[in-house]
Design a binder for this molecule. Structure first.
Ligand SMILES: Nc1ncnc2c1ncn2[C@@H]1O[C@H](COP(=O)(O)OP(=O)(O)OP(=O)(O)O)[C@@H](O)[C@H]1O
Length: 240
């Protein structure tokens, strides 16, 4: 569904991706893991067309993601950026419905979908009138998820969607999100630096280091047959 073919990308003077090839099969969740700064968010920005590769090809639904195909791909993609990225001056509801209103979807359809999604992500509808600044961190993440899911996209790109939450809230949201994703048929790329969280969501982990994919597989594969000392060290550091 999504792929990077031998993608190179420099940001500033710095090589960030060095001939990276990855593929994300349709209908599956893939977790991208790796230490801070290894290029995980950069991969998502390429997949959504916010960055263009210096060399190599980004594919969406098998086709190169050219400028002409960008808008159609964006409408089939839900994207949760780090920290949620909600607009502070809009209410939670207005944030969630932003793209649907931009696309001039009928008001009744928007209202019905808002209600349905609030139930799905377990957000009280009384909170929809509040601006993000008057919501808790967990509630804001739920609104960011509603916004990403609003048009029922084929593809979901989630950049640390549960970051910066206390462990109890995080565990609750992990379970809710897994329930939403399981059996949804969506192609999901989940970025996290937390190995346990990655394994909670996906049987397919891709471990990155300094712009390269070091190893892909299930948690057991990484644990039992680590590709190198870096994989062993990354797992040992997260032993809990
Ligand atoms: N706009 C930019 N200009 C220059 N360098 C950048 C830019 N954006 C990112 N980088 C660099 O690219 C590298 C990869 O960044 P990226 O955000 O993809 O990492 P990450 O793996 O998602 O990290 P984290 O887990 O901390 O979010 C980092 O070294 C970062 O400093």
């Amino acid at each position: 569904m999504l792929a990077l073919d031998d993608v190179r990308l420099d940001l500033g003077e710095k090589p960030v991706l060095r001939g990276l090839s990855l593929d994300f099969p349709a209908g599956q969740t893939t977790a991208l893991i790796g230490p801070s700064g290894c290029g995980k968010s950069t991969v998502l920005r390429l997949l959504v067309g916010l960055l263009r590769p210096d060399a190599g090809v980004v594919r969406f639904d098998g086709e190169p993601l050219t400028p002409g195909r960008m808008a159609a791909a964006r409408h089939r993609t839900g994207y949760v950026i780090q920290e949620g990225g909600l607009f502070p001056h809009l209410s939670a509801g207005a944030n969630a419905t932003l793209l649907a209103r931009e696309l001039k979807r009928p008001a009744a359809e928007i209202a019905a979908r808002l209600d349905e999604l609030a139930r799905l992500v377990r957000l009280g509808t009384d909170l929809l009138d509040r601006p993000p600044g008057r919501l808790s961190g967990g509630e804001r993440q739920r609104v960011a998820l509603m916004r990403a899911l609003f048009l029922d996209p084929d593809v979901l790109l989630l950049d640390e969607p549960l970051g910066a939450l206390d462990p109890m809230v995080r565990a609750g949201l992990q379970d809710d999100l897994r329930e939403i994703l399981d059996g949804s048929g969506k192609t999901v790329v989940l970025v996290t630096h937390d190995l346990a969280e990655a394994a909670h969501f996906s049987e397919r982990l891709v471990l990155m280091r300094a712009g390269e994919a070091v190893q892909a597989g299930r948690l057991e594969d990484l644990r039992e047959r680590p590709a190198d000392g870096f994989v062993r060290g990354f797992l040992a550091a997260q032993r809990r």
